[in-house]
Design a protein. Sequence first.
Length: 255
Amino acid sequence: MKKIGAICLNTFREAVKDKVFCNLLFFAILVIGLSVLIGNLAIGEDEQVIQDISLAAMSLFGVLIAVMVGISLVYKEIDRRTIYTVITKPIRRYEFLLGKYLGLLLTLLINVGVMTIALFLVIRLQGYTFNLEILWAIVLIFFELALITAIAILFSTFASPAMSAAFTFCFYLIGHLTQDLLQAGRESQSVMFANMSRWLYYLLPNLDLFNIRGEMVRAIPVSMQYITYSIFYGVLYASALLLLAMLIFQRREFN
């Protein structure tokens, strides 16, 4: 655990110093601040608009950070040839990969925390009361980011950064369309397409499970059972992806 913790902290320090992380975090906070201007255009619904835009900014910029930083975690070590130093030390490859993943998760946690504080300040400065139910939407955003990070880590173990980014973004987009894909299969007259859409629905990540922003902003109740299930789904799916990434990384040869 000490080895994983050391790699985690080192990854966190590197990620925080990364210009991509700093720039994306800056723009995320800027969008949250500018949401006030857009909210003022919506008469009577400015508070909802501010919250909606701010949560969307958390999700979007969080995904960009998870992908842009995540795909380079392993590649940087290979490109700098520091991976050769690491694998010659008494550190197992799964410990190295797990430490990298946890380090990026810590970075994303700080990122989400900073954006949450920015949202709280914007709402308070506008004279509104911060709705604590919004925190559940933010929690699910974080677990969605944790799952996307696992996808980025998986692809980074065997593909170039460009390909890893492309694959991860594709999974992100498809992950928000799996419900539509299943529905299209049910309405299709093709048995083969219906079966394929059902298999893809269960195989691909269902990222729409983590999207309760609209409900929380509009004060629509969401059961704790649903939230708990979504968190459990995210943890289980991310764990499976990490296990697969470890197996690939373990078998990879570095020349």
